[in-house]
Design a protein around this ligand. Structure first.
Ligand code: KG4
Ligand code: ZN
Length: 347
C-alpha cells in the first residue's frame, strides 16, 4: 500500500491530488483563469504568480479532502513538462521542497501521461494495449499504449499545426465568445445548427495520403471560419455565432472520432481512451459513444472534471510509476516546457 501525492502547475490550474493504489483519496484545485479572461488567453507571468500564491493552500486543502497527513505520503509526482516554463518552475520547486523536507522519492512526469492516467481513477487499470486520443490545449495525438508507466508511447499521428483545444480557443475568439473557447463554443453550439455552415473535414477521406492517416490539422478549419466571419462582415449578413460554433464543433468531432475509430480498427485494438481538456466536450463524448458502440470498441472517457487539468491525474500517473518499481528522478531535474511525449517518466 502506498500513497502518492501529485502536483500539477503546467498552465493556469494549480492542482494537488492524492492517490492510494489506483484510488483517488482526494484532490484540490485553484485556477487563475478569471485573471486571464480579459487578455483572451493565459498570461504566463500572471499564471506563475497565481501558482506561487495558491500552491500551499491547495496542498493543505487536498490533504484535508483526502483525510491524509503529510507524513503518510510515500511519494511525490510533479509535472515537469510540457507547459508554460514559469508555471512549471513553481510546481517543480514546490515539489522538490516537499520531497526534500519529507525525505520521500520524487518523480518528474509528463503532463499528457497524467491526462491518460486520470481515466484509470475512474475505470480501473488499462488493458494490455489501447489507443488514446489526447485532445488538449497543447496536444492532439493518436497514441498506441502498452504499459503506461513503463513502455514507450507510440505516436500514430499528431497535429500538423494547431491542437484541437487551441482551435476551439481561436475560433471562439473569432466569434467574440469568451476564453476559454472550448466551453464557450459548446454552450453556443447547443442552440446552433451543425449543418448551417459547410466546413471542411481536414485530412479526412480517401484522398488523404497514408502518412497523414492519423494526423490532424485544424488551422485550415479555423481559417474557413475566419473567411465565413469576414464575408458576413463585408456583406452585412447577420453572423449566427451559434450556427458557426455548432458547425465548427461538428467538423472537429467528426475528424477526431473518425480517425480514432480507424486507428483502433487498423491495429485490432478494442479499447479507445479520449483524454485531455477537449474530452470534456459533450458532443465529442456522445458521437464517440455512438460510433464506438457501432464498431464494438470499448470507449473510456473520464468525467469532465478529470479531463481538464488537475492534480489527481498527476498523482494517478505517479502512483502507476511507483508501482512499476521505477527509479525516482532525484532532485537535479529542471522543467522542460516542450518535453516530448515518449514516456510517462521524464527523468
Ligand atoms: O487539458 P487542458 O485542461 O489543458 C492543456 O493541457 O492544454 O485543455 C485545455 C483545452 C482548452 O483549449 C479548452 O478550450 C479545451 O481544453 N476545453 C474544451 C472544453 N473544455 C475545455 N474544448 C471543447 N469543449 C469543452 N467542453
Ligand atoms: Zn492538460
Amino acid at each position: 500500500m502506498s500513497i502518492t501525492l501529485g502536483l500539477e502547475t503546467s498552465c493556469d490550474e494549480t492542482g494537488v491530488g492524492i492517490v492510494r493504489d489506483g484510488v483517488l483519496l482526494g484532490q484540490a484545485l485553484a485556477s487563475s483563469m478569471d485573471q486571464h479572461i480579459r487578455y483572451g488567453g493565459v498570461v504566463p507571468e500572471v499564471a506563475a504568480r497565481a501558482h506561487l500564491e495558491s500552491v500551499s493552500q491547495v496542498l493543505r486543502q487536498a490533504l484535508t479532502n483526502a483525510d491524509v497527513s503529510l507524513d503518510q505520503v510515500d511519494a511525490i509526482a510533479v509535472t515537469s513538462g510540457p507547459g508554460l516554463a514559469s508555471s512549471l518552475h513553481v510546481g517543480v520547486s514546490a515539489a522538490k521542497a516537499w520531497a526534500l523536507a519529507l525525505n520521500k522519492p520524487l518523480y518528474a512526469v509528463h503532463h499528457v501521461a497524467g491526462h491518460v492516467a486520470a481515466d484509470t481513477l475512474e475505470h480501473g487499470p488499462l488493458p494490455e494495449r489501447s489507443i488514446a486520443l489526447i485532445v488538449s490545449g497543447g496536444h492532439s495525438s493518436l497514441l498506441m499504449l502498452g504499459d503506461l508507466a513503463t513502455d514507450p508511447i507510440v505516436h500514430l499521428g499528431d497535429t500538423l499545426d494547431d491542437a484541437a483545444g487551441e482551435a476551439f480557443d481561436k475560433v471562439a475568439r473569432l466569434l467574440g465568445l469568451p476564453y476559454p473557447g472550448g466551453p464557450s463554443i459548446q454552450r453556443a453550439a447547443e442552440t446552433g445548427d451543425p449543418t448551417a455552415v459547410d466546413l471542411p473535414r481536414p485530412l479526412l477521406g480517401s484522398k488523404v495520403s497514408e502518412c497523414h492517416r492519423y494526423a490532424f490539422s485544424f488551422s485550415g478549419l479555423k481559417s474557413a471560419v475566419a473567411r465565413h466571419v469576414q464575408l458576413a462582415q463585408r456583406t452585412g449578413a447577420p453572423l449566427q455565432a451559434e450556427d458557426v460554433a455548432a458547425s465548427f464543433q461538428e467538423a472537429v468531432v467528426d475528424v477526431l472520432v473518425t480517425k480514432a475509430v480507424a486507428a483502433c480498427r487498423d491495429h485490432d485494438i478494442d479499447t479507445l481512451l479520449i483524454v485531455g481538456g477537449v474530452a470534456a466536450n459533450a458532443r465529442l463524448r456522445s458521437v464517440a459513444e455512438t460510433r464506438c458502440r457501432a464498431a464494438g470498441i470499448t470507449l473510456r472517457v473520464p468525467a469532465p472534471k478529470l479531463c481538464t487539468d488537475n492534480g489527481a491525474m498527476i498523482a494517478a500517473i505517479g502512483d502507476l510509476i511507483v508501482h512499476s518499481g521505477a527509479k525516482p528522478s532525484g532532485y537535479e531535474f529542471g522543467a522542460d516546457s516542450s518535453a516530448p511525449l515518449d514516456r510517462s517518466l521524464l527523468v
